[in-house]
Ligand binder design. Structure first.
Ligand SMILES: NC(=O)c1ccc[n+]([C@@H]2O[C@H](COP(=O)([O-])OP(=O)(O)OC[C@H]3O[C@@H](n4cnc5c(N)ncnc54)[C@H](OP(=O)(O)O)[C@@H]3O)[C@@H](O)[C@H]2O)c1
Length: 272
């Protein structure tokens, strides 16, 4: 293996695969600059076939040849993996972890070595390049390295840089959020079916409506209340629907979902 890879990805599951796809299609790096490692031969064969990229089942080899080390394994596999690769890292490397609930302090402790660490919280729509990712740099991370990693996650959606203290709230909102929205889309679709629409049509109407409304919020920059007012005519259908949502406590339900998911993220981070 060439010793001058720029980036390796340890773990080529859902997230690793999505990141690889984003990085290559945004032409952030060339295929030759990247190596991926995984314990699953099937996943590695999949990555070679899909991306024509160099692969290895040896994490240490991948780390030794690369500067940025993106770790995309499940949180439960983090401790053993960090202990395994620690000896092959030095201060010139940058560790980028996407493991949910594993703090920068914990990563440092398991590495038992002074290596710059960036902790990242993406969400599942990275697989369709519409992810929302929050990125928190640990001590000693250089600005230019942080902006490289921001570009990596911008290639699979939008990315922001935020202090690690907010990451549990990020987890409760955008991390868990896709599941809230899937539930809302399914419920809207059920409503359509109840009103007589075929299921496929109802789901299409619901999903495209969520997508369109979200793009209006992002692209117009207008306040959501003002956007809502524009489609709510006096005595019309929308105010009738809104009244039912408010009566059912939709706002309190969604606020409570985010608040409690954030609390759970804090507990998980503490190992509870
Ligand atoms: N999915 C999300 O929405 C989301 C959001 C935010 C953060 N994350 C984080 O993203 C990380 C990856 O999630 P994922 O859904 O992509 O997981 P995944 O599909 O299970 O992928 C992980 C891959 O890493 C492999 N692996 C396990 N131990 C390894 C080791 N020691 N060395 C190299 N490879 C190893 C796994 O192989 P095996 O399958 O054979 O074990 C698997 O191929 C998790 O830490 C998760 O917390 C996910």
């Amino acid at each position: 293996m060439k010793k001058n890879k720029k980036l390796c990805i340890l773990g080529t599951g859902n997230m690793g695969d999505a990141l690889l796809s984003g990085i290559l299609s945004a032409r952030l790096y060339k295929k030759d600059d990247i190596v991926v490692s995984d314990i699953s031969e099937d996943r590695l064969a999949g990555a070679r076939a899909k991306f024509g990229i160099e692969t290895t089942n040896n994490n240490i080899e991948a780390c030794t040849s690369s500067r940025f080390i993106i770790i995309a394994v499940k949180p439960g596999a983090m401790k053993a993996l960090l202990e395994e690769i620690s000896g092959s890292l030095d201060k010139s490397n940058v560790i980028v972890s996407i493991a949910a609930g594993v703090s920068i302090n914990r990563i440092q402790e398991w590495l038992n070595k002074d290596v710059p660490i960036i902790r990242v919280m993406p969400n599942t729509p990275v697989v369709v390049k519409e992810g929302m990712t929050a990125i928190s740099p640990g001590p000693g991370v250089k600005d230019e390295d942080l902006s490289v990693i921001k570009k990596v996650f911008d290639s699979v959606g939008k990315a922001i840089i935020i202090n690690e203290e907010y990451l549990n709230a990020v987890t409760g909102l955008s991390g868990s959020g896709p599941a809230y929205i899937f539930t809302i889309i399914e419920a809207l679709s059920d409503g359509g079916v109840k009103a007589g629409l075929p299921r496929n049509t109802a789901t299409l109407l619901a999903a495209q409506t969520v997508l369109g409304a979200a793009r209006m919020v992002l692209e117009t920059g207008e306040h959501t209340g003002s956007l809502r007012d524009k489609v709510t005519s006096p005595g019309g259908t929308t105010i009738e629907g809104l009244y039912r949502l408010e009566s059912a406590g939709i706002r309190a339900a969604l606020m409570s979902a985010v608040e409690h998911a954030t609390r759970r993220a804090k507990e998980i981070e503490k190992g509870e």
